[in-house]
Design a protein around this ligand. Sequence first.
Ligand code: ADP
Ligand code: MG
Length: 339
Amino acid sequence: MADIIQLLPDHVANQIAAGEVVQRPASVVKELLENAIDAEATNIKLIIKDAGKALIQVIDNGKGMSTTDARLSFERHATSKIKKAEDLFNLHTKGFRGEALASIAAIAHVVLKTKQENQTLGTSIKIEGSTVVSQETVSTPIGTSIAVKNLFYNIPARRNFLKSNTIETRHIVNEFQRVALAHPNISFQFYHNESEIYNLNAGNLRQRIVAIFGKKTNEKLVPINESTDVVEIIGFVTKPEFAKKKRDEQFFFVNDRFIKNSYLNHAVSSAFDGLMPSGVYPTYFLYLNVPTNSIDINIHPTKTEIKFDDEKTLYAILRSTIKHSLGQYNVAPVLDFDR
Ligand code: ADP
Ligand code: MG
């Protein structure tokens, strides 16, 4: 009998992996922004055209790449962020899978320009559907620019499956907000079809929230601040009277990474029990810092779900911290009276 198993060529493997990593233009935005953050950029610019369907470009002033690294960055499982299996339990970067650039380059037209601090000239690489079309030495600022054009050009089913520009833009804005909220110390600009959507200066967390959600948000915020052996919780919840019908302003960050977690969300809601009518939801911006070895981030390619060692304890601490802070806020006006 003839043997029939063969290893898939790289470009096919990359395209399959891309199916998991890149669901829509917003997924590309997330991956590129996170790479810029991992490169220690202090300024990041996001430019999109036609809801990201025509162009997604991220320009950072981070540490850039050498010519060899620039070429390698598009290989699958090529990463500078981890070296061995144990590193997975001690992650200090957004990325570690080494899959994003390989996946994106498999399903789009990509132009990378990058230069390191010590180089006079940088590298430009053009890659289309995993094939390097050109590589040149170019003059370019320190940092990295990655332009992704014609996403899903070679997967018509995916391209046709994309939603309207309004919906795809909303997804991109959501990803942008999550990243910008996780990193108030980085300045961000965001342009869509040449018009400015956000221009965010580096600042503190309160300033970042206000810059994104508007001046009126400022007076609604109740600070949260708690530190225990298992978790440090900082951030804000809004006062109960500002609860919203929509749950679109609920943000959890764990070690500076936006995550979704319905169990912890329940902990927050239950802290508001009796303070809000039913059918409305609190707004919150909560930052949990936990030891890197107490979580597993490698659950899903998009990394928005993570596993905690001890979710029950976190739940209890989160709930009581918020209850306590809301209680303090309630007595605050009386205290103000004495001053
Ligand atoms: P990962 O982020 O998981 O390592 P990626 O495919 O996103 O995988 O990127 C591959 C590698 O390319 C990174 O590990 C990093 O070394 C390099 N890289 C990607 N984007 C940038 C950037 N904006 N600045 C500097 N280096 C980058
Ligand atoms: Mg990455």
